[in-house]
Ligand binder design. Structure first.
Ligand SMILES: NC(=O)c1ccc[n+]([C@@H]2O[C@H](COP(=O)([O-])OP(=O)(O)OC[C@H]3O[C@@H](n4cnc5c(N)ncnc54)[C@H](O)[C@@H]3O)[C@@H](O)[C@H]2O)c1
Ligand SMILES: O=C/C=C/C=C(\O)C(=O)O
Length: 486
């Protein structure tokens, strides 16, 4: 039986109290292994190891030495690509064909990109005139913030965890990671890579467990944690913000979304269909940036809907290792219950189910898994719960619109503000609409096209702060101003 242990101070360790929980495959509900659940003792040991490591060889390294090590980590992830791919797909059920293009390459790239950013970032400097005429120089000096708690979700486990660990370590911090209880595998495997590359013990630590009254809460309330970076649901973000208020610790929150797609009549229809298909259905719709509300300008509404239904019908559900499969199960049976409850609610709220809407028959081998049908609805009122609440499943609602003003108001009519996608061949209009989106991210004629040098994060209830490129430096370092009187 496979066991997922904590990784503390460079060693894999079990919980003192022997507590474990099951890790099951969403493909067929078979048992993958047992995960050790951290109590206060393990979390305390991990945080203290991380604190101690700040004073050891890691703390004495130059930025160049640190970034060289992190580049090695990226290379080693690529060398062990198949192991990471297998572990990620076993935990999540996602198709290899998708994880090998998105999850694993980005897991490695996240270490390279921030090493580069850090190496090339200038220092702030101001010359001040003084009454004696001699002046003073002000120089900005960045130091690591200390021990960073990283709390990550299950939808893109390696990608979203390294997206935080990469910049945190590049800036000289140490980390304690609490991966999602649903997806412990790739974070655990990364411990091996850290040791192989010679990252000093205590720099990267992992504790497993749940949120409330478990590893997540113990970690975020630990007084020796200096800052908390989180990706997950908005409501969890609120709990973490409360925990961080004790001791005035800094937070970075990347939370949920209910993202609009806006399709103008002058778009390239095939490009818009292809992009909207990806944004609604890739990763079984479990992407925070995914489109769950699609607004289509009336002259092309019927044609767009028809093409979307044709493409949904072509999605190939299957096991992760099936090379033809491009659509896997949801992450867990629990999450399927949530998604299916929205499928039922949509009907109660008066939706027309254009395609899907239920649980597919996958045959005896897979029917115990967390499978759902990709689904398109039309006909819901704008105040329906299905239009306003994040579902995080493979589904979207498509609605016609008549004017630019109308669609801007509809797109912004949400508490969330993560991302929007706009489809039109008229660049002036695209930029005009993009500038009015109340979101942290807008894609024009694309979706999830990522440049890791850019700011990433959400407006409104989709988060607090920005990470990516130099923006992460604000969170992961303390900026000290040194004033030198000349
Ligand atoms: N904005 C983004 O960049 C982004 C990216 C991916 C996912 N998400 C969001 O994540 C959600 C899906 O992920 P999820 O279901 O794993 O989210 P979640 O909030 O349930 O869990 C995320 C992590 O927080 C931990 N946690 C839960 N309660 C906690 C508590 N009280 N204290 C400390 N830790 C706690 C969980 O164990 C898990 O590790 C969706 O809402 C999605 O939109 C956002
Ligand atoms: O599910 C959410 C996806 C988030 C993506 C990133 O954080 C990223 O691409 O860096």
């Amino acid at each position: 039986m496979k066991e997922f242990r904590h990784f503390i101070n460079g060693e894999y360790t079990a919980s003192v109290n022997g507590k474990t929980f099951e890790n099951r495959s969403p493909v067929d509900n078979s048992l993958i292994g047992m995960v050790h659940e951290a109590g206060q003792i393990e979390v305390d040991a991990a945080v203290k190891a991380a604190k101690q490591a700040l004073k050891g060889p890691w703390g004495r390294m130059t930025a160049a030495q640190r970034t060289a090590l992190l580049n090695k980590v990226a290379d080693r992830i690529n060398e062990r690509f198949d192991e990471f791919l297998h572990a990620e797909c076993l935990d999540t059920g996602k198709p290899h064909s998708i994880a090998c293009h998105i999850d694993i390459p980005r897991g490695a790239a996240n270490f390279k990109a921030f090493s580069e950013t850090l190496s090339n970032h200038p220092t702030e400097g101001f010359r001040l005139d003084t009454p004696d005429g001699k002046g003073a120089l002000n120089v900005g000096h960045r130091t690591p913030k200390g021990v960073i708690a990283v709390i990550s979700p299950w939808n893109l486990p390696l990608l979203l965890m390294t997206w935080k660990v990469g910049p945190a370590l590049a800036c000289g911090n140490t980390v304690v990671v609490k991966p999602s209880e649903e997806t412990p595998a790739t974070t655990t495997l990364l411990g091996e890579v850290m040791n192989e590359c010679g990252v000093p013990a205590g720099v990267f630590n992992v504790v497993h467990g749940f949120g409330p009254q478990s590893a997540g809460e113990f970690l975020t309330t630990h007084p020796l944690v200096d800052a908390i970076t989180f990706t997950g649901e908005t409501r969890t973000g609120e709990a973490i913000m409360k925990a961080a208020s004790v001791g005035l610790r800094n937070i970075s929150l990347e939370c949920g979304g209910k993202n609009p797609g806006i399709v103008f009549a002058d778009c390239d229809l095939e490009k818009a269909v292809e992009g909207t298909m990806r944004s609604a259905f890739v990763n079984c719709g479990q992407v925070c940036l995914g489109t769950e509300r699609v607004y289509v300008e009336r002259p092309i509404y019927d044609a767009f809907l028809k093409r979307m239904k044709e493409e949904v019908a072509k999605l190939k559900l299957g096991r992760p290792e099936d090379p033809e499969a491009n659509f896997g199960p949801l992450v867990s049976l629990e999450h399927r219950d949530k998604v299916i409850s929205y499928y039922q609610l949509a009907v109660e709220e008066g939706a027309t189910v254009e395609i899907g809407g239920g649980i597919p028959d996958m045959g005896v081998d897979l029917n115990n898994g967390a499978w759902v049908e990709p689904t398109i609805w039309t006909g819901l009122k704008d105040d329906a719960r299905v239009i306003n609440e994040e579902i995080f499943g493979p589904c979207c609602h498509i609605r016609p619109f008549d004017t630019e003003e109308e669609v801007i108001a509809l797109a912004n009519d949400t508490h969330y503000g993560l991302a929007a996608a706009i489809w039109t061949e008229n660049s002036a209009k695209a930029v005009r609409v993009a500038e009015q989106m109340e979101t942290g991210l807008v894609w024009i004629n694309s979706w999830f096209l990522r440049d890791l040098r850019t700011a990433f994060g959400g407006a409104k209830q989709s988060g607090i702060g920005r990470e990516g490129g130099v923006h992460g430096l604000e969170f992961y370092t303390e900026l000290k101003n040194i004033c030198i009187k000349l």
